[in-house]
Structures are given as C-alpha cells and as structure tokens.
Design a binder for this molecule. Structure first.
Ligand SMILES: [Ca+2]
Ligand SMILES: [Ca+2]
Ligand SMILES: [Ca+2]
Length: 242
C-alpha cells in the first residue's frame, strides 16, 4: 500500500516537472505586422512590432529587427556596412505591459528576380537580460509590378526574351521576334525576305523539322548497326559449329 502511494507521488512529480518549461519562457510575446500586403518599387512600408510582457515580472532586454538589404529604414540609425543590417531598441516592460516599436522602410529598387514572389521578412527577436530569447511571428509580402526581366534563365523562351538578350532560353533560329541571319540550314521566321538566305532556298527547313530528321537518321543508323552485328554473330556461330 505504501509502495503504491510513493509510485503515485513519483508520477505526479514527473507531470509537475514536465509542466514547468511550458509556463516559463513564454512571458514575452512578439507580434510583427506590415502596413502593406504587396510591394513595388518606390513604396514605403511601415513595420510595427508589438512586444507584450505576459509574465508577472518586469523584463528588460534588447529588441532586434532585421530588414531586407534592398530596403532602407527612414530616420533610423543602423550599420549601413553590415552584411545583415538591423535596428535595435532597448526595451523595458512592466508585467502586463504592451509596447509598440515602429519604423518605415523605403524600397527604391527591388531586385527584378523577386517579381511576382512572396518575400518573407525576417522575424524580430527579443533577448531578455536574463539571456532568454523570444521570436516574433513570420510575415511575408507579395512583390509585384517590377519591370520585366530581359532573361529569367528558366529554359523557356518567354515574351520579351530572344536569342540576343537570352541565348540560354531561346534557340538560335526560333520564332522570338529577333532575326538571326546566320547560314545554318534553318530559316529564322523573324527575318525579312532576303536576310536569312536559308529562307530563300528550297533546302531551307524549319528548326523543328531538322530536329525530326536527325531523330529519324539516328534510328536508321541504329537499325543498320544492330543488323550488321546480328549478321556477323550468326556468321561467326556458323563457322564455329563447322
Ligand atoms: Ca525564359
Ligand atoms: Ca528568331
Ligand atoms: Ca539561318
């Protein structure tokens, strides 16, 4: 009977110990908000960070927020040469207190590769003087309306791309609005009459067709090689059996 009571006490102690870390370490809550859902060049964006002390002790520490390298904070001090530029505030919060930290970012020139993409903003971080760290929620904006890229290197010849500005995506004599008048047995359909001599002769074949012919040629050569191999093998086997 006594043994059972001790067992019960041990289980209760374990449950109590497991519950402690959940309640400690959650005394600071950080909520990061942005004024816009989308961004384009020339926009200003307001960043608000709400820090709440939900514990029952006064908490002091440093709030740090990183911002995108292609933005610049207005009227704020920060290290412009840093690889990861950030803004810092010293914060002191009474139990139950909620404070807002706010700044404005300008976006004069967003990299064009980010167009039509969700851009995640870094999380704000609070390091209490006790050493405990707290992070904010994550938040993202849609980047849109940036000037079209000359070439997006996706192996597809898109509108605005051609063999000249995007040879990685566009073939040398394809229909891309750019005339490439080289003599290569392929007629570039973008060339005006007389520019690409391949278009004037009967021997001119389209790029797609020439690729098709190459495919047929490959199959024919393969069939011939296999036939020769089988013939020679039979011939050899016959000689061996004699
Ligand atoms: Ca492309
Ligand atoms: Ca072309
Ligand atoms: Ca040509």
């Amino acid at each position: 009977m006594r043994f059972k009571t001790r067992e019960k006490l041990a289980v209760m102690l374990i449950i109590y110990l497991l519950a402690i870390p959940a309640s400690a370490g959650s005394s600071i809550e950080i909520d990061k908000m942005l004024s816009n859902n989308s961004l384009t060049n020339g926009d200003n964006l307001s960043v608000s960070i709400f820090v709440t002390n939900s514990g029952n002790e006064k908490t002091e520490g440093v709030l740090t927020d990183l911002f995108p390298q292609f933005s610049s904070p207005l009227a704020m001090n920060y290290d412009r040469n840093s690889m990861a530029p950030s803004i810092e505030w010293n914060a002191s919060l009474e139990p139950g207190e909620k404070k807002e930290f706010r700044y404005v970012l300008s976006f004069p020139s967003i990299p064009r590769t980010l167009n039509k993409k969700e851009y995640p903003f870094p999380k704000a971080k609070f390091i209490a003087s006790s050493g405990e760290e707290y992070q904010s929620n994550s938040i993202a904006v849609l980047i849109e309306g940036l000037p079209q890229m000359d070439c997006d290197y996706d192996f597809v010849c898109d509108d605005g791309e051609n063999f000249k500005n995007c040879p990685q995506d566009c073939s040398s004599s394809g229909k891309d609005g750019y005339c490439n008048p080289i003599k290569n047995s392929v007629c570039d359909p973008d060339c005006a009459s007389g520019l690409d001599r391949d278009c004037d002769t009967n021997s001119a074949i389209s790029h797609d067709k020439s690729e098709g012919y190459l495919g047929y040629l490959f199959v024919i050569v393969l069939v011939i090689l296999i036939s020769v191999f089988i013939y020679k093998k039979r011939h050899y086997d016959k000689n061996e059996s004699k």
